[in-house]
Design a binder for this molecule. Sequence first.
Ligand SMILES: Nc1nc2c(ncn2[C@@H]2O[C@H](COP(=O)(O)OP(=O)(O)OP(=O)(O)O)[C@@H](O)[C@H]2O)c(=O)[nH]1
Ligand SMILES: [Mg+2]
Length: 422
Amino acid sequence: MAAERTILVTVQLDPRFSKGGARWSLEDEAGELKELTMSSGGRVVGEVTAQRHEPVAGTFLGTGKLEEIAQMVAQLQGQVVIFNQELSPAQQRNIEEIVRVKTIDRTQLILDIFAQRAKSQEGKVQVELAQLRYLMPRLVGKGVMLSRLGGGIGTRGPGEQKLEVDRRRVRTRIARLDEELDKLGRRREATRSHRKETQVPVAALVGYTNAGKTTLLNRLTGASGTAQNQLFTTLDPLARRLRLPSGETIIVTDTVGFLHHLPHHLIEAFQATLEEARDADLLLHVLDVSHPLAVEHARAVEEVLATLKLQEKPIITILNKCDRLSDLQSVASLEHAYAPSAVISAKTGQGMEQLFAQLTRQLDLLLIEPVQLRVPSESSELLAAIYQSGQVLKRDDVEGMVELTARIPAKLRAATLPYLHS
Ligand SMILES: Nc1nc2c(ncn2[C@@H]2O[C@H](COP(=O)(O)OP(=O)(O)OP(=O)(O)O)[C@@H](O)[C@H]2O)c(=O)[nH]1
Ligand SMILES: [Mg+2]
């Protein structure tokens, strides 16, 4: 199929209405939408941006803006309009009636990419399920949308009947896929519990899409997963054994990439894939430090980890693609802010010794039981030392005191003893 002529619509809402997105400029949002579209194989022929206080209930954008989009579609022979936001089924339908071509939102765009990439049986089932669940509430009414689904435009009667059949078919299919996923999940569970029995620690690579997770896995373990400069290359995670220079063996698993504003039901759809991360003893957060939005990416990843209740796992932040930086000075502050961290290039192999050392140290700490500490906030040197060589699992700042749950290496035992708190 030839690449569809696509018109992009990037809307930025008042930060109060778009959770956590305040630091992304309109240009950043538009840039990411373009990358996603190209990753899905679309051809961008036109772009529209808009800023709004809040969405219009029925049409998301105002009439004027929608007319502008309709004109652009006509002039540039656009075949599809893509929004960077989530649209309700009604909004989607109403917009399609005005712009006269198929209109898709951010969720559907990501689902399309996922559908192209999924290779394993489980991945395919997960994507199809998410697609059907997305489709279900949209199987109503009339319009361009319906004709795309094979229903008839115009006469209401037959269309409605057809719809009922469609809906029933979709429901049956969802039930069957649910069962299949269950079965596949049990098989995966068996593999994982086998790994647990053998007591090999598991480290899961997590991070923003395109950060270099697969490239790093390949370098670490000589695996040959596909790494590409496009978003969401990996949907089906690989797991490989790695023998560290210190002699320890660990299993490293790849995972699906994260994105900011990852639609909620996509996270749900990928729970199974992310179980690799949930079961891991250690998370390796790969961050592309050469990206101008690196800090924003890191925050988006932290948000997803929090949603998955994984933020308290031990994390090593891997500051990747350092070969692209002209001066390593700029990365020094990140190295400090994200400690324990390692500056590397998965491409050239630079910094791998530092990463191995961090891995070994964190694995050693895994064997130490966490303790509770209450340290005065002004003891900044001790706090820094705990962060540098210990492993902070939880932190609360309460009235001039810092309450920590942390694993403390032997050399800090004495210094922290007075602050032990049960
Ligand atoms: N210059 C440079 N490029 C890198 C480095 N690591 C990865 N890349 C490139 O970055 C792109 C993305 O790498 P991947 O390994 O596919 O990234 P990923 O995190 O697995 O991405 P998804 O699977 O899409 O989430 C590829 O073009 C890699 O060649 C690095 O250290 N330096
Ligand atoms: Mg990958």
